[in-house]
Design a protein around this ligand. Structure first.
Ligand SMILES: *[C@@H]1O[C@H](CO)[C@@H](O)[C@H](O)[C@H]1NC(C)=O
Ligand SMILES: *[C@@H]1O[C@H](CO)[C@@H](O)[C@H](O)[C@H]1NC(C)=O
Ligand SMILES: *[C@@H]1O[C@H](CO)[C@@H](O)[C@H](O)[C@H]1NC(C)=O
Ligand SMILES: *[C@@H]1O[C@H](CO)[C@@H](O)[C@H](O)[C@H]1NC(C)=O
Ligand SMILES: *[C@@H]1O[C@H](CO)[C@@H](O)[C@H](O)[C@H]1NC(C)=O
Ligand SMILES: *[C@@H]1O[C@H](CO)[C@@H](O)[C@H](O)[C@H]1NC(C)=O
Ligand SMILES: *[C@@H]1O[C@H](CO)[C@@H](O)[C@H](O)[C@H]1NC(C)=O
Ligand SMILES: *[C@@H]1O[C@H](CO)[C@@H](O)[C@H](O)[C@H]1NC(C)=O
Length: 567
């Protein structure tokens, strides 16, 4: 349950915004979450364990406004360690709250830990989900909205209502069974998900569905749907029978508004669309069909919900709205290229997004990263440049803080521009130059649409291309109005290029959002170090920092500069 209270000025807002104190209205938002397993929910017929938050699946909404402070006290009632990450929340100067294995010790069973983070300089649609132990396939995810401050106008009229729409693939099997099968050479389970859910509900009309999702609308009104892909494997195409959608936002950027019949959403991505209820008062299908799969209309992998007009007398009828050929990559690339930044609108700040002009920037670094599947010691692993990430027991960020990184990882051993000639495991950490522009070229040697996410920053999505990337490929980049977002897709056998401005010191996770790829090593960390010794830069560790790994038995208070490692 969320409770709001006015900011304790002296403790939080005043420290961060002494100048803006008179004008800002930032508040502290408090959530207390109990994370537990529930076998009675049965999104589809099988009695599998689902990870719930306060009994809810999906979990509760975090409804914040730019610059609010969000406090989430997480009680882990599972029988195994747990961590949540806030996908797309940039954790400015504060990778301590990022909730991934490289920044935080897990919350042990039977204990609680309070995250405190600020939605600093952000607006938009995001999600949270478990980041370790393959738990995301069992639930534990939910929606995040970051609303504009009232002083900054939104580039469209206020909708009648907003709806969070979390769509994702789902397995009919206990997540622990899938998890252990990923470690085997011939997985029995977990190759392809079984069903596609909408806000935790099975497809409308499917015999295995107990419930279905339905949104009630009034004729003539316009609604904002915040659509996220919370699955682990499939990209999907979303559409609404007889209705068009106006794309307005993606992961914190207002886009040029384009009218769409259907929208591709890749794993980990979020979008806002406006839908006007301009049809006869009836019920209409909302569907999400998987990409790169021929799923028939009756397949459980076709998510189905209803757009229900308040005075509708009719049940839904007619064929499902047809979408693009799921194998038509060019359709998807064309749509991706048409999603552009609206340069004239303000977002978190009043100055227009187009003020951040990247036409002339000088690149400081280029990383060329191949995602691939490989085999190490006879077992399947995913890798970046043939290095498969293996999480050390001591989070990288804690190792940096308390023992100067020593013994936990070696900085800059990871090959950022070439491929290791033999697949290997490692704790990959590379230096990013503070306040430099980093170019990342993501290449996909897999047969799926991969999806990459960087914590701490937005990607300026400058290019999508076929075949080999060469420096000449830069001529095809869109440097005028690339959209800025946290998660970007990479098509099979193709590349995607992004720019990142490394103005946020910290230890930042770069990962595939495909759960199996991530779990089996397709990730690395970018360490952005601010050498400026002035105080007021990166935040110190929080007072409640958890210690583990080589730091476990030390009781180092956060004020002590170096903890003694235990042996
Ligand atoms: C979310 O917060 C905004 C701004 O405070 C408020 O207008 C809106 O009603 C809230 N929505 C929900 C679902 O709580
Ligand atoms: C655990 O919860 C208690 C009770 O709400 C709270 O006082 C305490 O600060 C929490 N512990 C941590 C480490 O956040
Ligand atoms: C998918 O279905 C279409 C239409 O039925 C068919 O033409 C195509 O060959 C199928 N593709 C695959 C890969 O099965
Ligand atoms: C961009 O935002 C402005 C508001 O600043 C709005 O008037 C305009 O319609 C938007 N442009 C597009 C193409 O969506
Ligand atoms: C960015 O700068 C370039 C030249 O430096 C200019 O041509 C372009 O119009 C600028 N873009 C915007 C959005 O102002
Ligand atoms: C971009 O670079 C060109 C050539 O170096 C220069 O003439 C122009 O003023 C620069 N534009 C901006 C916006 O910095
Ligand atoms: C920390 O390690 C770096 C290299 O990894 C070294 O340059 C630096 O001197 C070390 N600092 C301390 C305080 O030991
Ligand atoms: C990656 O590692 C595998 C297994 O060690 C090896 O067969 C392959 O050649 C490597 N890839 C490259 C491009 O060197």
């Amino acid at each position: 349950m969320a409770t709001l209270s006015h900011c304790r000025w002296l403790i939080t807002c005043a420290i961060v915004f002494p100048v803006l104190l008179a004008r800002t209205n930032c508040i502290d938002i408090y959530h207390e979450w109990v994370v537990s397993l529930d076998s009675t929910i049965k999104p589809v017929s099988s009695p599998q364990p689902v990870i719930t938050i306060n009994g809810m699946f999906p979990g509760p909404l975090i409804n914040a406004t730019t610059n609010d402070f969000v406090h989430v006290n997480v009680f882990n009632d599972l029988d195994e360690p747990f961590l949540i990450t806030w996908n797309g929340i940039q954790q400015r100067l504060n990778s301590w709250q990022d909730g991934v294995s490289g920044t935080n010790c897990p919350i042990l069973p039977g204990t609680n830990w309070t995250y405190v983070f600020q939605t600093k300089d952000q607006i938009g649609t995001f999600t949270y989900f478990p980041s370790i132990n393959f738990q995301k396939v069992a639930g534990g995810f939910g929606p995040i909205r970051v609303n504009n401050r009232v002083v900054i106008s939104v580039p469209f009229g206020k909708p009648e209502a907003e709806f969070d729409l979390l769509i994702g693939d789902w397995f009919n099997v206990d997540y622990r069974v899938i998890r252990s099968s990923t470690q085997r050479k011939f997985p029995v389970y977990g190759a392809v998900p079984d069903v596609m859910l909408m806000n935790g509900n099975g497809p409308y009309g499917h015999p295995d569905s107990k419930t279905h999702e339905s949104f009630t609308v009034t004729k003539g009104k316009t609604y904002r749907f915040r659509i996220s892909n919370v699955g682990s494997f499939f990209s999907f195409n979303f559409r609404i029978q007889n209705h068009q959608m106006v794309l307005v936002e993606t992961e914190g950027s207002y886009t040029n508004q384009v009218v769409l019949e259907s929208l591709d959403v890749h794993v980990g991505q979020s979008y806002s669309v406006l839908v006007t209820a301009d049809q006869d008062e009836s019920d209409y299908y909302m569907v999400a069909t998987p990409k790169l799969l021929n799923a028939s209309d009756g397949s459980p992998l076709v998510a189905k919900g209803l757009l229900h007009y308040a005075n509708s007398a009719n049940t839904v009828s007619g064929p499902l709205p047809s979408g693009p050929d799921p194998y038509d990559i060019d359709f998807s690339v064309g749509q991706a290229k048409s999603i552009r930044w609206n340069l004239t609108t303000g977002a978190a700040r009043p100055n227009p997004q187009g003020t951040f002009n990247i036409t002339n920037i000088t690149l400081s670094q280029t990383f060329i990263l191949h995602g691939s599947i490989t085999e190490i010691d006879g077992l399947p692993r995913f890798a970046v440049n043939n290095v498969s990430y293996l999480a050390p027991n001591t989070p990288l960020k804690l190792a940096d803080e308390f023992v100067n990184g020593s013994g936990v990882y070696q900085l800059d051993v990871f090959p950022t521009q070439s491929i290791n000639d033999a697949a290997a495991c490692g704790a990959s950490v590379v230096s990013g130059i503070h306040k430099g522009w980093l170019e990342i070229v993501l290449k996909n040697d897999l047969g799926i649409v991969d999806s990459w996410h960087l914590d701490g920053f937005g990607f300026y999505v400058v290019g999508f291309g076929e075949g080999d990337w060469t420096p000449e490929s830069r001529a095809s980049y869109n440097l005028f109005d690339p959209v800025v977002r946290s998660t970007v897709q990479v098509y099979p056998q193709r590349w995607t290029a992004v720019y990142v401005f490394l103005d946020n010191p910290g230890m930042w996770n770069l990962r595939s959002e495909h759960l199996k790829n991530w779990y089996l090593g397709q990730e690395l960390y970018i360490r952005v170090n601010d050498p400026d010794p002035n105080p007021g830069k990166e935040n110190p560790p929080p007072e409640n920092v958890l210690l583990c790994g080589i730091l476990e038995k030390s009781n180092a208070p956060s004020s002590s500069p170096v903890a003694q490692p235990s042996h």
